[in-house]
Design a protein around this ligand. Structure first.
Ligand code: UDX
Ligand code: ADP
Length: 474
C-alpha cells in the first residue's frame, strides 16, 4: 500500500501519549527531539512514575536507556511534558498514542496465554468520553491481531460526535538500545484503514517520522498486517534464540562448540549472524507474552498445528533455564542447600534496568527450591525491584513452601562473591569482564565453580586461575 497523490494529511502540532513506560517514554522523547514544533505530552495513571519523569535527578528516571537523560534535559518543559492530567492531554491532542502495558492474562478465559486488553480498553473508553474533537488514535502497545477493531468499536459507539481513525504503529525498539533504534530504525510500520480518511491518518503519522527517517523505510499496510507483523517479528527473533539454545544442549553432549556453530551458520547470508547468541534463555516483556498470545490466537482460530509450532519456542526457553539451574545443582554435588550461590546480573539483558521475565528470576526459583542462599548483584537493577520480583516468585511460583533458601542483595560484586560456593552469570553486563577474577577466586570456597550463562568471560583465563568453569554449549 503506498500513499495516494490526492491525500492531504492534517498537520499534527499536539501529541498525547498514554503510558509513560519503556515504550512511551523513549519513543515520545525522540519524537519531541526530532520535531521541536510538536508539543508532546506523556501521561500516566502512576503518579510516582510521572514525578520521577519530572524530577531533577536525571539519574532517577523510571527507566534507564543510554542517551535518554540527555534528550529529557534538552526537551523537557519546552515541547516535552509529563503529566497525570490524562483528560486534558487527550482533549488537547490531535493524535493520541496508546502505550499502556498489555500483560498476559492472569485470570479467567485465556488465563496464562491471551493478552490482557483491559488497560487498552480503559484508554479507548477514556478517549471516547473526554474527546472534544476528531482524533487519530495510534496503537503502540503490542496487542493481538484485531485489537484496532475493538478500539474502534468502543470509540464509535461511545462517542457519536467525533470521528476517530485508528492506526497500528508497532514499536520495534529493543531495550538497552532504545534511543539508537528510534533514531535509526530498520523500518517504521504504519497500518491503517483503507479509505481516504484512513490514508490521511497514515500520512499524518508518516509525516512525523519522515522528519528523520527516509521514506523507503516507512511501510504502509492494512491494520491487521501491521498488528500481525509485530507478533511475527518477535516470534521469529525468539525462535532463533530457542533454535541456537536447543543446539547448545546438543553441543554439550557432543563436544561441538556453540560459538563455532553460530559463526559457521551465521556467515550464510540467508541465515545472518544476529540473534544467534546462546544464553541461559531469553527474557523481557515481549517475547514470551507475544508468543503466548500468538499460540492463543492460533488455537482460538482453529489452527492447533500453528499453535503447537510456536509453543515449542517457549518450551525450549523454559528447558534452557531449567537446564542451567539443574546443572548448578548437580555440579555442586547434587545439592545447593545452605550454599552461597552468587548471581551476577538480574536484568533480562545488559544496558537496561528492566527485569520482566528475566531468566535470573526463574533460575533463582529453581535454586531456592533446593534451599540455596542466593546473593545477587546487578549494576543497574535496584534492590527494591529485585525484592518485588522475588515476592512474585514466592507468591506465584513458590507457594510459600517450607524450607526455602534465602536471598541477599548486594551493592557491589566483591561482597556478593565473598565466600561463595559458585557464581552464576545471568546478564551479559560488560563490567563483569573487567573484574579482578583472581581476587574473586581467592575469596571463594574451593572448588570455585563458575557458571557463565552468557558466555561472556574468557574461559582460558578462568581455567588458568583455577575456576571450574561451565559455559553454555561448550
Ligand atoms: C525485543 C525485540 O528485539 C524488539 O524488536 C521488540 O520491540 C521488543 O522485544 P527486547 O525484549 O527489548 O526487544 O530485547 P532483545 O534484544 O530482543 O532481547 C530479548 C532477550 O533475548 C534477552 O533476554 C536477550 O538476552 C536474549 N537474547 C537475545 C539471547 O539470548 N540471544 C541473542 O542472540 C539475542
Ligand atoms: P511497556 O514496556 O509496554 O511500555 P510499561 O509497563 O513500562 O510497559 O508501561 C506502561 C505504562 O502504562 C505504565 O506506566 C502504566 O502505569 C501505564 N498505564 C496503564 N494503564 C493506563 C491508563 N489507563 N491510563 C494511563 N496510563 C496507564
Amino acid at each position: 500500500m503506498s500513499a495516494s497523490k490526492n491525500i492531504k494529511p492534517a498537520k499534527i502540532t499536539k501529541i498525547c501519549c498514554i503510558g509513560a513506560g519503556y515504550v512511551g517514554g523513549p519513543t515520545m522523547s525522540v519524537i519531541a527531539k526530532m520535531c521541536p514544533e510538536i508539543t508532546v505530552t506523556i501521561v500516566d495513571i502512576n503518579k510516582e512514575k510521572i514525578a520521577q519523569w519530572n524530577g531533577d535527578d536525571l539519574d532517577n528516571l523510571p527507566i534507564f536507556e543510554n542517551g535518554l537523560k540527555e534528550i529529557i534535559t534538552e526537551r523537557r518543559g519546552k515541547n516535552l511534558f509529563f503529566s497525570t492530567d490524562i483528560d486534558q492531554a487527550i482533549k488537547d491532542a490531535q493524535m493520541i498514542f496508546i502505550s499502556v502495558n498489555t500483560p498476559t492474562k492472569t485470570y479467567g478465559q485465556g488465563k496464562g496465554m491471551a493478552a490482557d486488553l483491559k488497560y487498552i480498553e480503559l484508554c479507548a473508553r477514556q478517549i471516547a468520553t473526554v474527546a472534544t474533537s476528531d482524533k487519530i488514535v495510534v496503537e503502540k502497545s503490542t496487542i493481538p491481531v484485531r485489537t484496532a477493531q475493538t478500539i474502534k468499536q468502543i470509540l464509535d459507539n461511545t462517542s457519536s460526535d467525533f470521528k476517530f481513525q485508528i492506526l497500528s504503529n508497532p514499536e520495534f525498539l529493543s531495550e538497552g538500545t532504545a534511543i539508537k533504534d528510534l533514531m535509526n530504525p530498520d523500518r517504521v510500520l504504519i497500518g491503517g484503514e483503507q479509505s481516504k480518511a484512513g490514508e490521511e491518518a497514515i500520512e499524518a503519522l508518516a509525516a512525523i517520522y519522515s522528519r528523520w527517517i527516509s521514506q523507503e523505510k516507512i511501510i504502509r499496510t492494512n491494520v491487521w498486517s501491521s498488528e500481525l507483523s509485530k507478533l511475527t517479528a518477535n516470534a521469529f527473533l525468539a525462535q532463533r534464540i530457542s533454535s541456537i539454545n536447543a543446539m547448545s544442549a546438543l553441543c554439550e553432549k557432543t563436544g561441538a562448540n556453540i560459538e563455532e556453530v553460530s559463526l559457521a551458520i551465521g556467515m550464510d547470508s540467508r541465515i545472518g549472524s544476529k540473534f544467534l547468541q546462546a544464553s541461559v534463555g531469553f527474557g523481557g516483556s515481549c517475547f514470551q507474552k507475544d508468543i503466548l498470545n500468538l499460540v492463543y490466537i492460533s488455537q482460538t482460530l482453529g489452527l492447533p498445528e500453528v499453535a503447537h509450532y510456536w509453543e515449542n519456542v517457549l518450551i525450549i526457553n523454559d528447558y534452557q533455564k531449567t537446564r542451567f539451574a539443574q546443572n548448578i545443582i548437580s555440579t555442586l554435588f547434587n545439592t545447593v542447600s545452605s550454599k552461597k550461590i552468587t548471581f551476577l546480573g538480574w536484568a533480562f539483558k545488559k544496558e537496561t534496568n528492566d527485569t520482566r521475565e528475566s531468566a535470573a528470576i526463574y533460575v533463582a526459583w529453581e535454586l531456592l527450591q533446593d534451599q540455596a542462599d542466593i546473593h545477587v548483584y546487578d549494576p543497574k537493577v535496584t534492590v527494591d525491584q529485585i525484592s518485588r520480583d522475588l515476592k512474585l516468585v514466592s507468591k506465584g511460583l513458590f507457594n510459600g513452601n517450607e524450607g526455602q533458601g534465602t536471598i541477599t542483595i548486594h551493592k557491589e560484586p566483591y561482597s556478593a562473591t565473598y565466600d561463595a560456593h559458585a557464581i552464576a552469570i545471568l546478564t551479559e553486563w560488560d563490567e563483569f569482564k573487567t573484574y579482578n577474577w583472581q581476587k574473586i577466586y581467592d575469596q571463594m570456597k574451593k572448588p570455585a565453580f563458575l557458571f557463565d550463562g552468557r558466555n561472556i568471560l574468557d574461559r582460558k583465563q578462568l581455567d588458568t586461575i583455577g575456576f571450574q568453569t561451565y559455559q553454555i554449549g561448550k
